[in-house]
Design a protein around this ligand. Structure first.
Ligand code: SAM
Length: 470
C-alpha cells in the first residue's frame, strides 16, 4: 500500500518521490528526485540541482538514508555544463577534478571580478554540500511555493492541539490557500489502518479560487494525500460544507477566510433561526432542502478561526454567540525563536584584509582552512569519552564537565590552544540572540466549542450505563 511520504517517509530517498533539500539553515528546496535514466537533457548525470553551493545530480541523492549529507558534484553540470555544450567544449578535456579550463574561466567570471568572491565560489563549487531531508509538514511550510499567506508551524501546532485534531478525527478546513495548514492537519488526523469501527481520519478542504484549487489538487495527488484530503472547489459563504449533499460529520473546523462570520451559519446543528446579514434573504442550497448539518452529531465541535484584524475578530465572536458557540476564547501566538551559536575564533571568511582575524589574502585563507581540517581530523581520530558533542548546561553536570562541554567556559572566548584537547567545534563563546525576523504573520485565533445536542436516547444510554443509586 502506498503511504504518503509525509506520513511515512521510509528509511531513505526513492526515485520519483519528494525530498526536501536543505541548502542552508533556512533555505530549503523541494525536489522530486528523478531516476538516473542515463541521459537527461543531454547529460549522463541525469537531472541536476544547481545551487550556489555547487551542482547536485539527482543520481547522487537517490537511495540514501534521510538526513544524508551530499557533496557537490566534482563533475561540471547544469547551466555551465549546458553553456559548455553550446560552445562545443568536449567532456574529454576535463582534468582530474572534472574541471575544464573553460570552467575555471566561467567560475572567475561568475565571481564578478572580485577575487575574494571568486575564491568563495571556487571553494563552494568543489567542497559545497547539502542535506537531503524527508518531507514533513514543517519543512513543506518553509519551502512550499506560496500562493497566499500561509499558516506557520507555531500557529498550526497550537491550533491543532486546541481543536483536538487527533488520529481518526474528521476536520473541515477553508480556505485551503497554499496548503500549509492542510499538510499539518492531515498528519494530525491520519489513523493508519484502523480497526473496524474506528475512523480513518480525514480532512475536507474548501477553496474557491480556481487556480489555487487546481494547484492544490495536483500537489495533494503528487504527495499521495488525495485519499485523505477531499478538496472541493467552493465558495463556502454561499455553498456551505456538505460534500455531494452529505455531511462530512466534522469533529473540528478551521477557517482561514477573510470573513469567517459569513460561513458560520452553515456550521450549525440545526437550521439557524436568523440568516446572516450578507445573505440578503436569499436561501442557500442547504436552506431550500432539508437541513443537513456538516458536524458530527455525536461529539462537541471544536472550531478555530484565523484573522489578522481585531475588527474581524469582533464580528466573528458576535456571530459565534448568536449561533450558540460557547467557550469563546481569543489567542495571539507570539513566537520568539532564540538562536544560539558559538562565536568562531577560527576563520572569519569576510576577507576584510586582516581585520577581526580575517585572512589577508586567499592564500592565507586556504592555509588556515587546511589547518582547521587537519585539527578536525586529528580530533576525530582521538579516542574520546563520548560526551564531546553534548551541551551539558543542566543541573546534573559537574562544573568540570560543564566547562569542558562549553569549550573552556561560556563567558570568555577560548584562546587557540589546540594542545588542550578541546574539540575545534567547541571553541569560542556561546552567544544567544533573539531572531529579528519571525516567520509568522500576526493573527488572532478565535476558539469556540459547539456542544453536542443531548437527546432522550443519549440520556437513556447514559442512565443504563451509570444507573443512579447503584
Ligand atoms: N490556510 C492556508 C494555508 O495555510 O496555506 C492559507 C489560506 S489563505 C490566507 C485564504 C484562502 O481562502 C485563499 O486561498 C482564498 O482564495 C480562500 N477563500 C476566500 N474566501 C473563500 C470562500 N468564500 N470560500 C472558499 N475559499 C475562500
Amino acid at each position: 500500500r502506498n503511504i504518503s511520504p509525509f506520513l511515512d517517509p521510509g528509511p531513505g530517498t526513492k526515485a520519483n518521490s519528494l525530498a526536501i533539500l536543505q541548502l542552508s539553515r533556512d533555505n530549503l528546496q523541494p525536489v522530486y528526485l528523478q531516476p538516473a535514466t542515463g541521459k537527461h537533457d543531454g547529460y549522463a548525470e541525469g537531472a541536476v540541482v544547481n545551487t550556489r553551493y555547487g551542482s547536485f545530480p539527482h543520481s547522487t541523492m537517490l537511495n540514501v538514508p534521510w538526513g544524508s549529507q551530499i557533496r557537490a558534484s566534482k563533475v561540471d553540470t547544469g547551466s555551465r555544463g549546458r553553456k559548455r555544450k553550446r560552445e562545443g567544449v568536449d567532456d574529454a578535456c576535463r582534468d582530474a577534478t572534472g574541471a575544464t579550463e573553460k570552467d575555471n574561466e566561467d567560475s572567475a567570471a561568475l565571481a564578478n571580478d572580485d577575487s575574494a568572491t571568486a575564491v568563495k565560489q571556487a571553494v563552494a563549487d568543489t567542497s559545497g554540500f547539502i542535506h537531503v531531508l524527508p518531507p514533513t509538514p514543517e519543512l513543506w511550510t518553509t519551502s512550499l511555493p506560496h500562493r497566499t499567506q500561509v499558516v506557520y508551524t507555531p500557529d498550526y501546532s497550537y491550533i491543532l492541539h486546541r481543536i483536538r485534531a487527533r488520529p481518526g478525527s474528521t476536520l473541515i478546513e477553508a480556505g485551503a490557500g497554499s496548503g500549509s495548514f492542510t499538510h499539518a492537519s492531515v498528519r494530525a488526523v491520519y489513523n493508519g489502518y484502523p480497526a473496524e469501527g474506528q475512523r480513518k481520519g480525514k480532512v475536507f478542504s474548501f477553496e474557491f479560487h480556481e487556480q489555487r484549487y487546481h494547484k492544490m489538487k495536483e500537489e495533494l495527488s503528487d504527495h499521495g494525500l488525495d485519499r485523505l484530503v477531499q478538496l472541493s472547489h467552493r465558495d463556502v459563504y454561499n455553498g456551505g460544507f456538505l460534500v455531494d449533499g452529505k455531511s462530512p460529520e466534522a469533529d473540528a473546523v478551521f477557517l482561514d477566510l477573510p470573513a469567517p462570520w459569513e460561513a458560520l451559519h452553515h456550521l450549525s446543528r440545526r437550521k439557524p433561526q436568523t440568516l446572516p446579514a450578507n445573505s440578503n434573504g436569499a436561501a442557500t442550497a442547504n436552506q431550500q432542502t432539508e437541513w443537513v448539518s456538516p458536524l458530527n452529531p455525536k461529539k462537541s465541535t471544536h472550531l478555530c478561526t484565523f484573522s489578522p484584524c481585531i475588527e474581524q475578530v469582533t464580528r466573528t465572536v458576535s456571530a459565534m454567540r448568536r449561533l450558540g458557540w460557547v467557550d469563546i476564547d481569543v489567542v495571539e501566538i507570539a513566537n520568539r525563536k532564540l538562536h544560539t551559536s558559538r562565536e568562531r575564533v577560527g576563520l572569519n571568511l569576510n576577507f576584510d584584509r586582516g581585520v577581526n582575524n580575517s585572512p589577508r589574502d586567499v592564500e592565507e585563507a586556504l592555509t588556515r582552512l587546511a589547518e582547521i581540517e587537519t585539527r578536525f581530523r586529528e580530533h576525530a581520530a582521538k579516542p574520546g569519552d563520548g560526551d564531546e558533542g553534548m551541551d551539558l548546561s543542566d543541573e546534573d553536570a559537574t562544573p568540570a564537565a560543564k566547562n569542558k562541554a562549553a569549550g573552556n567556559g561560556s563567558q570568555a572566548p577560548s584562546t587557540e590552544d589546540t594542545s588542550s584537547g578541546t574539540a575545534p567545534w567547541m571553541e569560542g563563546r556561546l552567544i544567544t540572540r533573539g531572531e529579528p525576523e519571525i516567520k509568522t504573520h500576526t493573527s488572532y485565533l478565535v476558539f469556540a466549542v459547539l456542544p453536542m445536542e443531548w437527546t432522550e436516547e443519549d440520556e437513556a444510554a447514559a442512565a443504563a450505563k451509570y444507573p443512579i443509586g447503584k
